[in-house]
Design a protein around this ligand. Structure first.
Ligand SMILES: [Fe+2]
Length: 345
């Protein structure tokens, strides 16, 4: 695999600017829109506008189970009336946005009462848009197009992330038939991140980094990576390149820069003897320091072809020894040990 030295940076706004979203996703399927409105005339009007623009439309007057239909049909967008005899659109939208299965489906709320209070309420329930009735073609269609493009874009980015994970797993299996225990590292990152009061985004960066941090080893030849004899200084330098290559691979993930930073610095040491930049103390980004602790503990307590799995207490002993050598942030190691012992007691 050739890794470009100047990765193309693609931002979300760049992609949304592309005229035909089908160019990106290669999909010729019309998007599916679910129109929910108890008023027959306004429902028919919405259906007509959307169908005339090529969308596949399903509709409901709100008398049947809306959630059941959404789960069965997986629409690309929901156009939802606020006031219906059996449903309150605000409450339904709130419910959809709280549910993992439906929260990514864009919801446009529509009402005849276009007042500031209703608009505020629509924001509170995380509606993606708010339109007043009667719907106008020139207002509705651009809004629908933008929201569906955004949904497809996020789905595509999610798929790309999965591809990256699979590549990273395949790389891990080159030198460990077991691969990394993803679920175990994810749980550890989640629990220790919460213990340190990290934000959900920071915890998520730690979890993604657990999957991707050694992706740069893709560019290291097997003859070096799998060599059983002692490495030459040149080979050691080559292996050290994996942090820079991994950073380049993940740098285009523009909205997740924390991950690229963790990947670059996951082999730094507290006393400055690490690589690639020889950073001293807290010059190493905080998340990279936290990740390093998790990664080392996971490596020590996992079985590898060249070593047995150490117990948690054996791993703690080794990590405390490394702390005493000056390699790790002493305060952070102590916190991690407290966290582990607290959890195990
Ligand atoms: Fe590494």
């Amino acid at each position: 695999m050739v890794v470009s030295s100047t990765p193309t940076k693609v931002t979300i706004s760049d992609l949304i600017q592309i005229n035909s979203v089908d160019n990106i996703f290669g999909s010729s399927q019309p998007a599916k829109i679910f129109v929910v409105d108890d008023h027959p005339f306004s429902r028919m009007m919405a259906v007509d506008i959307l169908q005339s623009d090529g969308y596949k439309v399903i509709e409901s007057d709100g008398s049947s189970d809306i959630i059941e239909t959404i789960l069965a049909e997986s629409p690309d967008l929901i156009l939802l009336d606020v006031k219906m005899p059996n449903y309150n659109g605000f409450e339904l939208c709130h419910q959809l946005k709280q549910d993992r299965q439906t929260k990514e489906i864009p919801v446009i709320l529509m009402t005849v009462a276009d007042d500031s209070q209703s608009r505020l309420k629509s924001q509170e329930v995380c509606a993606d848009s708010f339109l007043s009735k009667p719907l106008e073609r020139m207002v509705l269609l651009p809004e629908v197009k933008l929201l569906i493009q955004r949904k497809h874009l996020y789905e595509w980015l999610e798929q790309m992330q999965q591809v990256l994970f699979l590549i990273a797993q395949a790389i891990d299996k080159r030198y460990s038939q077991e691969g990394i225990s993803c679920a175990r590292v994810d749980q550890l990152a989640q629990a220790f991140g919460e213990y340190l009061n990290l934000s959900p985004v920071e915890i998520n960066d730690l979890i993604l980094a657990a999957h991707l941090h050694d992706i740069g080893t893709i560019a290291i030849p097997d003859a070096v990576l799998l060599k059983k004899e002692a490495l030459t200084p040149t080979e050691r330098d080559l292996i050290k390149q994996h942090v820079l290559i991994g950073e380049k691979i993940c740098r285009p993930l523009q909205n997740r820069q924390g991950i690229a930073e963790i990947i670059r610095h996951h082999h730094e040491r507290w006393d400055g003897s690490g690589y690639p930049d020889g950073l001293l103390g807290n010059d190493t980004p905080w998340l990279a320091q936290v990740f390093q602790i998790l990664d080392i503990y996971d490596a020590l307590t996992s079985k590898r072809p060249y070593k047995k799995a150490f117990s948690s207490e054996q791993a703690i002993t080794i990590m405390l020894e490394e702390k005493d050598k000056g390699w790790r942030n002493p305060e952070l190691v102590e916190k991690f040990v407290d966290f582990l012992r607290g959890n195990n007691s």
